[in-house]
Design a binder for this molecule. Structure first.
Ligand SMILES: NC(=O)c1ccc[n+]([C@@H]2O[C@H](COP(=O)([O-])OP(=O)(O)OC[C@H]3O[C@@H](n4cnc5c(N)ncnc54)[C@H](OP(=O)(O)O)[C@@H]3O)[C@@H](O)[C@H]2O)c1
Length: 285
């Protein structure tokens, strides 16, 4: 099922913990060189050591960036440009849930900033390196929790009636809309862009919240969730499987194409979200 990634460079955001680290291990086992992005340098050191032991010293490098900060994403992109002239796989995976409304240093609601603006800006700033490989793949980790919510373009940042889970669901809906719009924009260039649901996974997800919420998420995912290795399977599949080559603008779970919500398929909402992301990041493409 899964192909070789020998000699390929894969960039994975949130590759230092949870599903992202398990994905990174799976990609390294297939021969990939990895750039792991995360906030916490200790986790970065532990992750590179783990992958080094698995696939050889130097097979993974950690780059620190807080993806809620646009300045840090710009600095990260520069560091990546200094290291390589081509990216073969980009996995936008870093994400979180924020039960209390907070804003990023750029004044953007935090869930939207990390989960959606982070995906958008990282991809935009690395696109010149990605399009160097006409068979490159972009993988956007979404969630089945995108089903139900709709985007409110009059209050994208939920200044009114904030709920952590609603903000999270909307950000994951935004991931699919973004993924599909990017796939449309890259049509004809060979680069494939897909989104996915990893499953309900027992990871460190939610631990940035208060102790009680963190414990609750951890207990329920411990009882009902799958392992991070299982949760990484669809990301690894989309990054490496020969069968996934040439497929773009689709949504996957369990390594299969599945049907996302009707809201996530709206081309109008996708185009509007794109314009909003451009405005919030000061980009015009
Ligand atoms: N767990 C689930 O059941 C589940 C279900 C559906 C979808 N997902 C999605 O899967 C993805 C991974 O989640 P997970 O469960 O693996 O979570 P996790 O265990 O909390 O890992 C999150 C990773 O993202 C990084 N990250 C988070 N915020 C960041 C920031 N501002 N800047 C840089 N890095 C950041 C973390 O690094 P630091 O610790 O250094 O910040 C860590 O490496 C997310 O997009 C999530 O929405 C998860």
């Amino acid at each position: 099922m899964q192909g070789s990634l020998q000699g390929k460079l894969c960039v994975i955001t949130g590759g230092t913990d949870g599903i992202g680290l398990a994905t990174a291990c799976g990609l390294a086992a297939r021969g990939a060189r990895l750039l792991l992005i995360g906030k916490n340098p200790d986790k970065g050191a532990a992750a590179t050591a783990k992958i080094g032991a698995l696939a050889g010293q130097g097979s993974a490098e950690f780059l620190r960036a807080d993806l809620s900060s646009q300045a840090e994403i710009h600095a990260l992109a520069k560091q990546i440009h200094d290291r390589t002239s081509q990216i073969d796989v980009l996995i936008n995976n870093a994400g979180g849930v924020f039960m209390k409304r907070q804003e990023s240093v750029d004044g953007i609601e935090m869930t939207f900033a990390v989960n959606q603006i982070g995906y958008f800006l990282v991809t935009h700033l690395l696109l010149d390196l990605i399009t160097k490989n006409p068979h490159a793949r972009i993988v956007n980790v979404s969630s089945d929790l995108h089903k139900g919510p709709q985007l409110d373009f009059n209050d994208l940042q939920m200044r009114n009636g904030y709920s952590g889970m609603k903000a999270y669901g909307r950000s994951k809906l935004a991931n699919i809309l973004f993924s599909n719009e990017l796939a449309r924009r890259l049509q004809g260039q060979g680069v494939c862009v897909n989104s996915l649901h990893p499953g309900f996974v027992h990871s460190n997800f939610g631990q940035n919240n208060n102790f009680l919420i963190g414990r609750l998420i951890s207990l329920s995912s411990g009882l009902f969730g799958i392992s991070v290795e299982k949760g990484a399977e669809t990301s690894i599949y989309l990054a490496s499987a020969p069968e996934a080559a040439g497929i773009s603008g689709k949504y996957f779970a369990h390594c299969r194409q599945v049907r996302p919500s009707p809201e996530s398929q709206s081309e109008e909402a996708a185009a509007r979200l794109w314009t909003e992301c451009e405005r919030l990041t000061g980009i015009k493409q």
